[in-house]
Design a protein around this ligand. Structure first.
Ligand code: URP
Ligand code: ZN
Ligand code: ZN
Ligand code: ZN
Length: 467
């Protein structure tokens, strides 16, 4: 039995255009768009009609960087796939790309199977996987080819965290060479881990144990240096490169230099680097632990460069790096030693709203909002135009967004399974009203109507920015 839903009277905003159009949804896909008030649109009938007058109709957000149940520092990120994807839906995100982890000494297949087991039947919205390579050797390199074929087309490597996820330059180069052959995209955590570990050890020896020293020891220049090195290694390998969670102006400058030479180098930043700063990390009484993530929050001066990079397309994507740890019991593991604070911030629910606030504040245009939050991540990771736009044939992942409602972000009202908000008390303009995922109502006028298991695993094509 076919179900038809009609979204009427809204301003449809995609990365390419803004039009007053009605959207007809049939069997989980967008069947047609027609100018609002046109004879064609007036003739449409549906089982359900959403009145989107005065609202935006936008593609569901694509968050290409989440870590549900991520193992870190002896604990696990506090959102699982069920709570995390429900929170994503509340925030207008209808697709996440999460990081499956290859544990050292294990195969990629084992890691991927484990992540499928965590996510299967639990997600409220659709999901896909990247793979974290933490043990690069001949057989894991061969396995990369198989993963690309089955829709896991991107691989995160770490130049940071020696002894955990770290790969040395030789391993990085080998993975890049492989991705140059198999069409995969290497995603780099670009920080010089061995050098950072020296600074951390020295800081702790001096008695500098507070959370703010996390930021200071993860020096800006060690992000820039690693970014530069990653670019050169990618050039040598003839591989494209995507640098995750860019936080420092100097690191962005390395990407700009590479892109100006025409290299296939891409960059992502996250809301925390755009809206928060080292001042938050310096909050007294260990409150700064709430803001410990890597790359770290930087002094406020870096924000202008990141906004500029988003406007000039030197940064293509804003993802959350959602990796929540509760303050009580998890962040507290690092009292008296900042290096033991689990790294990561909650944010999967806040991204679309914070970036809409950036539209209100004049940092980016409305279409650029949709580009960096929906269309570009979908293209970067091979999900376009199924995801990331509002067009005939695309999945009916739609958000009816009220651009004039205001809301105050708070742990008291958010849906993420974490006991604090990194944006506590911040008032933003704009709010998700209704969310469809493949035509099904997940949020209906601010009521959750979704279910665990609606979201399906979505294999991906290779990066669509490459030839
Ligand atoms: O602090 C962070 N970003 N935690 C998640 C792991 C990573 O490096 O992305
Ligand atoms: Zn094993
Ligand atoms: Zn990282
Ligand atoms: Zn991450």
């Amino acid at each position: 039995m076919s179900t038809r839903t009609l979204v009427r009277g809204g301003l449809v905003v995609t990365a390419a255009e803004e039009t007053h159009a009605d959207v007809l949804v049939e069997d989980g896909r967008i069947a047609a768009l027609a100018a609002h008030g046109s004879a064609a649109a007036a003739a449409w009938t549906a089982d359900r009609t959403i009145d989107a007058t005065g609202r935006y109709v936008i593609p569901g957000g694509v968050d290409a960087h989440t870590h549900m149940e991520f193992p870190f520092g002896g604990t696990f990120a506090s959102d699982d796939f069920e709570s995390g994807t429900r929170a994503a839906a509340w925030g207008g995100t209808t697709t996440i790309v999460d990081f499956a982890v290859q544990a050292v000494g294990h195969t990629l297949r084992e890691g991927l199977d484990a992540w499928h087991a965590k996510a299967d039947g639990r997600c409220a919205v659709d999901y896909a996987f990247h793979m974290i390579l933490s043990d690069v050797h001949d057989s894991s390199l061969k396995e990369m080819d198989l993963l690309v074929e089955e829709g896991v087309t991107s691989f995160k490597l770490f130049m940071a965290y020696p002894g955990v996820f770290y790969s040395d330059d030789g391993r990085v180069l080998r993975a890049m060479q492989r991705s140059a052959l198999n069409g995969g995209l290497v995603m780099m955590h670009a920080e010089n881990g061995p050098a950072i570990d020296v600074l951390v050890e020295q800081a702790l020896a001096r008695g500098d144990t507070d959370p703010r020293h996390h930021g200071e020891t993860r020096h800006v220049l060690l992000e820039a240096e690693a970014t530069h090195r990653a670019v050169q290694l990618a050039r040598v390998a003839g591989a494209p490169l995507y640098v995750v969670h860019v936080s420092a102006r100097e690191a962005l400058a390395e990407l700009v230099a590479a892109r100006d030479q025409g290299l296939p180098v891409f960059g992502e930043t996250c809301p925390q680097y755009l809206f928060l700063s080292a001042d938050d990390l310096a909050e007294p009484d260990f409150e700064g632990a709430k803001y410990v993530c890597s790359t770290p929050l930087r002094p406020r001066e870096h924000q202008a460069a990141l906004w500029r990079g988003l406007r000039t397309d030197d940064l293509q994507v804003v993802s959350t790096d959602h990796c929540p740890f509760c303050f009580r019991g998890q962040k507290e593991l690092g009292r008296g030693d900042f290096s033991r604070i689990p790294n990561g911030l909650p944010g999967v629910e806040n991204r679309m709203d914070l970036l809409h606030q950036a539209v209100v504040d004049g940092h980016i245009s409305r279409r650029r909002w949709i580009e960096i939050a929906c269309a570009a991540p979908a293209r970067m990771f091979g999900l376009y135009p199924k995801k990331g736009t509002v067009a005939p044939g695309s999945d009916a992942d739609l958000v009816v967004y009220d651009p004039s409602a205001t809301q105050t972000l708070s742990a008291r009202t958010h849906h993420m399974n974490v006991d604090y908000s990194a944006y506590e008390g911040r008032t933003v303009t704009g709010r998700v009203e209704t969310v469809l995922s493949r035509g099904e109502f997940v949020i209906d006028r601010r009521t959750y109507t979704g279910r665990a298991g609606h979201g399906v695993y979505t294999p991906r094509a290779t990066c669509q920015y490459l030839g």
